[in-house]
Write a protein that binds this ligand. Structure first.
Ligand SMILES: [Zn+2]
Length: 882
């Protein structure tokens, strides 16, 4: 749902009124990234559908020097421009009412390059200056005037006048180049785009390195070879190869899946030296945080996997989001869910060793965590203001949405689901398509009638995740299942609403000689289902973990499952671990039972399984254990993982699988920072000191540490090495042009818990040396060290304005959460609330961010108050000798 368009004479803070719509745009920018401002010239052909006194559109922070309006007859119409800067709306007011007709609105303006990584913004790296764009969701309006809503999809003609020595790119192929008479400027013209919403317009200007990739060959669905290029900051040329290679494989995968040719005339992948999110799927010109795009033979295995995954996500968007665009932000989940779902699909097909199914499942479990808050969003949340648009980009939109697609795909089968997807894309190509239209296509394909649509809607239009209580009965050899559903809520949380879903529940039934899966549709609060065949030995209530629901068994069922947990497949083991930790969160499972379940999982070769209960373990040691107990538990936990770590060693072995590397990274991190294992810290410290040249070499060479352990190695080296290590790390950070290295160095600086060095680190985060998109890493590292939290909070309150000024719209809403680590009581929630309540209005998306943070803190406090912590000490004493 969404709200109606605004009345024609009220400043529209949400949707624009329906009586005017763009037909096409001509955009010209004259921009030199070395300067502070740029000039723009925008002409919009507009269809005025009814007589009007004014046209509403969007513009923000633009200084409009000249506005000309001409009518259908080409004659000028007297009009003036009136900005409403606080809401980003521009009113073009006519001298008198004009009849419905085609209009041309012509704006000449100038504007500062944006300083918050949005719109057309600039970044300085050493002596080099770059300009690039980030329009989604509502920042096109700070780059050019327009109808800045996704439902308006029209062609754009873009041209750029830029310094003659710069490289400049836009959404489409360049068609011409012309030098200015003085030889200082050149004007590049680009081919007319396919119909695009404003948020997918992109351009970039600067001394970019350019790598011409091999064009992606024509195939059964695409007639022509597709030009492919990689771009990155000066000096990055040699690190673009992997991104190009992956793109060349990913594009044909989605063409085959969708049976739609890649929609645009070229594909550029551009790594930006500073960027607020991870990447942006602009049509034909995907822009990434350069650290997410670049890799070479010195990069870790995690980096290669990461580049593939983000590329897969953004390229999936070229179909979902770009070819077919959702009309309004309440359906943005569809873009992001499809891309998240498609990313896992292509990764499973091309790189099964990345285990994207387990990665997606971890995302699902994380989303279920957010979904247990009463203040969580629905997937399809009404969008009422600009803050709602920003906060729509969260785990519910990405991971829960993708999980719902996965669950219904699993229910109807992959082929049937693909048929529906193809029909949807084909019928809305180069236009708009809503979630309701997708549901209609999938329902037609599914052959399951209304139940399919009803089921999907039950997950899209209400918050929360179902908890399904499962009871197996065997009477006279005939098995049946009793299923009951309710909303999963943690201890102490009550909801007034009795919620109900239509859930495809798939169960694994294990018999002595076989294992089979049966799916039933649960659409009542409680239902009994007769099962085929004989009584199974045990039941896994979420077969292959494809369902977006949690489960609970009776004590006997849990005991059975515990005995056979090694027989479950990896996704089911994760789901089983989740059943334990969610029972713990409900206050029905004692902490010692959770600890009892850890050893069986800890020895897994799969990183996700081996570490599945560690976040709960950390909660127990932080909030329930006193110091001696914590130390004893940590020694025990270290001993659980030490054998695996010994086998793995502290460096990647040539030719080892990515899974092994990922396991090493996770275990090393846990051992060094949570379990505080002295041997692990010594091993990492040695690598970190060697990388920083503190081992006597005096030369910084970060490749001396294992690439996948670099961040942790530098962190230990800074934590243990005092001012000397801090100084070297800071210098290395400032000297590095490798963003990935910079992140590792900056996080290491932030992780110090020496009071004087911490104070230096915090002040440093506000200096020019630290880029906006990097800043959060430093403070995140500060807050993750319990010893620093009080001082960091104090510092933040003293520097709020300076800190706030450096937050991008993308990160502003996350600020209350950023400084809440460790809080776990009503009193601590109250003090956070007292501080932020008057400030959140100034933080885009901050109100929801604060509400959710407060709820998390209160939930934490309620559980801590409920759980009996006394048996922990005894348990720790008993398990010492392990
Ligand atoms: Zn996305």
């Amino acid at each position: 749902m969404s709200f109606a368009s605004a009345a024609p004479d009220v400043v529209p803070t949400g949707k624009l009124p329906a009586d005017a719509a763009p037909i096409s745009y001509t955009l010209h920018f004259k921009a030199d990234p070395r300067q502070d401002r740029f000039e723009g010239h925008t002409t919009i052909q507009v269809q005025l559908k009814a007589p009007a006194e004014r046209v509403w559109l969007h513009a923000q922070k633009l200084d409009i020097a000249k506005l000309q309006v001409s009518g259908a007859d080409g004659k000028p119409i007297a009009a003036s421009a009136h900005p409403h800067p606080d809401v980003g709306v521009l009113e073009v007011r006519f001298e008198k009412t004009i009849p419905a007709q085609k209009l041309a609105l012509d704006f000449q303006y100038s504007a500062p390059f944006n300083a918050e990584l949005q719109g057309l913004y600039k970044v300085k790296v050493g002596d080099d200056s770059y300009a690039m764009t980030q329009m989604e969701p509502i920042s096109a309006r700070v780059a050019f005037p327009g109808f800045d809503e996704p439902r308006f999809k029209v062609p754009f003609d873009i041209s750029l006048t830029v310094p003659v020595q710069d490289v400049a790119v836009a959404n489409t192929l360049q068609t011409s180049e012309k030098k200015s008479a003085d030889g200082k400027w050149k004007t590049l013209t680009f081919a007319t785009t396919k119909p695009l919403p404003t948020y997918l317009v992109a351009l970039a200007i600067g001394p970019w390195d350019v790598v011409e990739g091999k064009p992606i060959p024509a195939n059964a669905v695409r007639k022509n070879a597709l030009p492919l290029r990689g771009l990155g900051p000066r000096g990055s040329k040699a690190r673009l190869g992997w991104a190009l290679e992956t793109a060349a494989a990913i594009v044909p995968f989605f063409e085959d899946y969708t049976q739609q040719a890649y929609p645009f005339d070229k594909l550029d992948l551009l790594g930006a030296p500073d960027f607020s999110a991870g990447a942006m799927e602009n049509a034909g010109l995907i822009i990434y945080r350069d650290a997410a795009l670049l890799a070479d033979d010195k990069s870790g295995a995690g980096q290669f996997r990461g580049v593939f995954n983000i590329n897969a996500h953004e390229i999936a968007h070229q179909w979902y989001g770009d070819l077919v665009t959702v009309p309004w932000w309440n359906d943005i989940w569809l873009n992001e869910s499809y891309a998240t779902w498609g990313q896992a699909k292509v990764a499973m097909a091309l790189h099964p060793e990345y285990q994207a199914d387990l990665g997606a499942l971890e995302g699902r479990l994380f989303a279920m965590g957010s979904d247990s808050l009463l203040s969580t969003r629905k997937i399809r949340q009404p969008i009422e203001n600009h803050g709602d648009i920003q906060s729509a980009f969260d785990g519910i939109t990405y991971q829960k949405g993708a999980s719902v697609l996965t669950m219904f795909e699993n229910w109807v089968g992959e082929d049937t689901f693909r048929k529906g997807m193809r029909e949807y894309l084909a019928s809305h190509a180069f236009g708009s398509g809503s979630a309701d239209e997708l549901i209609a296509s999938l329902t037609r394909a599914s052959g399951k009638g209304d139940a399919f649509a009803k089921g999907m809607r039950s997950f899209l239009d209400q918050p929360g995740a179902p908890l399904i209580k499962v009871q197996l009965e065997c009477k006279a050899g005939k098995p049946s299942l009793d299923l009951a559903q309710s909303r999963y809520l943690p201890y102490g949380v009550m909801s007034k609403d009795a919620q109900q879903w239509t859930v495809p529940v798939c169960l694994r039934l294990e018999h002595a000689d076989r294992s089979d899966t049966q799916c039933v549709l649960l659409d009542q609060p409680q239902q009994k289902f007769a099962l085929e065949g004989a009584c199974p030995d045990w039941v896994m209530p979420n077969a292959d973990a494809r369902g977006y629901y949690r489960f609970e068994l009776d004590a006997e069922g849990f005991a059975q499952l515990a005995k056979v947990s090694a027989k479950l497949n990896a996704p089911e083991q994760l789901m089983y671990a989740d059943a334990l930790s969610s029972a713990f969160s409900r206050g029905t499972l004692p902490p010692t039972s959770l600890l009892d379940a850890m050893p069986a999982l800890a020895t897994s070769d799969l990183p996700q399984v081996a570490t599945a209960l560690l976040w709960r373990y950390q909660w127990i040691t932080e909030h329930l254990a006193d110091e001696p107990t914590r130390n004893a538990l940590n020694a025990w936990a270290a001993s659980l993982y030490a054998p695996s770590m010994k086998k793995l060693g502290w460096r990647r072995v040539e030719g080892e699988s990515g899974t092994t590397t990922a396991l090493r990274s996770r275990l090393a991190n846990f051992l060094a920072f949570e379990a505080r294992d002295p041997a692990a810290r010594a091993a990492l410290n040695q690598q970190g000191r060697s990388a920083l040249g503190l081992d006597g070499s005096g030369k910084v060479d970060l490749t001396r540490a294992d690439a996948d352990l670099l961040g942790d190695a530098l962190t230990v080296a800074v934590q243990e090495g005092g001012a000397a290590a801090f100084d070297v790390t800071q210098k290395a950070y400032e000297a590095s042009r490798d963003t990935r290295h910079r992140y590792a160095l900056l996080s290491a600086l932030g992780s110090t818990s020496d009071p004087a060095l911490s104070a230096r680190a915090r002040d440093y985060g506000l200096s020019k040396a630290v880029q906006l998109g990097e800043m959060g890493m430093l403070y995140g590292a500060q807050m993750s060290e319990p010893k620093n939290r009080a001082a960091t909070w104090q510092w933040m309150t003293e520097h709020y304005d300076a800190f706030r000024a450096r937050l991008t719209p993308f990160s502003a809403g996350r600020m209350p959460g950023m400084f809440s680590d460790g809080r776990c009581s009503d009193a601590e929630a109250d003090s956070l609330s007292e501080y932020f309540a008057p400030r959140v209005k100034d933080l885009v998306g901050g109100e929801r961010g604060l509400k959710q943070t407060l709820e998390r803190i209160r939930q934490c406090g309620a559980l801590r108050g409920h759980v009996d912590a006394k048996p922990l000490a005894e348990w720790a004493a008993m398990h010492k000798a392990r």
